[in-house]
Design a protein around this ligand. Structure first.
Ligand SMILES: C[S@@+](CC[C@H](N)C(=O)[O-])C[C@H]1O[C@@H](n2cnc3c(N)ncnc32)[C@H](O)[C@@H]1O
Length: 224
């Protein structure tokens, strides 16, 4: 599975600030984990045994930092491909001394496939994944059945997948795809209320003020 796959991102030549570049140059060695083709030792990586939550596509990392600060008992492994985003989260975790975040700069599909052991994650966060709104680009959307099957296999029984999006069409796709995965069950009837641990982003509050919707979807791996 996933020996070749359509990527859910395109490499962009985006602006990176001096501070973000400096963080990449100096802090990635401290908080980063290199992509490898063998399983990652989570306990060794975080220096402790704790529930580990994988976040896919953390963007600039505001949400990651806030959740990690509010849940110090959990480990957070953030995966992002975008240079400025990785630089931004590195700066944040260094400044706030949050000790429970590690970063992998690589395609999350390959990270899951190659580095994450089956039955090992306590949760997965996928917040506002690229919506790829054009029909011809829908194949690039991250939340699709083969990927969710892979994800579910990496969760511990009882572990959760939490997705959020402000694109109604993608929200419906999330609900359908997660609902079709036999290893998972919905924690709610349909969409979930936003749990307190997921902070409202600036972008999201603005959208909500303008009357746009945001949908949370939270499923759990069945305990058999
Ligand atoms: C629309 S942004 C959302 C960022 C953030 N979660 C938020 O809520 O603001 C989606 C992010 O996912 C990242 N991304 C997309 N596909 C990815 C993949 N396969 N592996 C890692 N990161 C990915 C993109 O680089 C982008 O930064």
């Amino acid at each position: 599975m996933f020996t070749t796959h359509i990527r859910s991102f395109v490499h962009r030549r985006s602006h990176i600030t001096q501070g973000q570049q400096q963080a990449l140059d100096t802090l990635l060695a401290k908080w980063g984990v290199s992509y490898q083709t063998s399983l990652l030792d989570l306990e060794g990586t975080f220096g402790r045994r704790a529930d580990t939550i994988l976040e896919i596509g953390f963007g600039m990392g505001e949400t990651t930092e806030q959740i990690a600060l509010s849940r110090p008992q959990d480990n957070f492994l953030g995966v992002e491909v975008f240079n400025a985003g990785v630089g931004s989260l590195l700066k944040r975790i260094e400044a706030s001394s949050v000790g429970n975040v590690r970063i992998i700069q690589h395609d999350a599909v390959e990270v899951l496939r190659d580095m994450i052991a089956p039955d090992s994650l306590a949760g997965v966060h996928i917040y506002f994944p690229d919506p790829w709104p054009k029909l011809r680009h829908h194949k690039r959307r991250l939340v699709q059945s083969p990927f969710i099957q892979l994800l579910a296999s990496r969760l511990k029984p009882g572990g959760y997948i939490h997705c959020a999006t402000d694109w109604e069409h993608y929200a419906m796709q999330m609900l359908a795809v997660l609902g079709q995965e036999p290893a998972l069950e919905n924690t709610c009837e349909g969409f979930a209320p936003r749990p307190e641990y997921r902070p409202l982003t600036k972008f999201e509050s603005r959208g909500l003020r303008l009357g746009h919707g945001v949908w949370d979807v939270i499923f759990k791996r069945k305990v058999d």
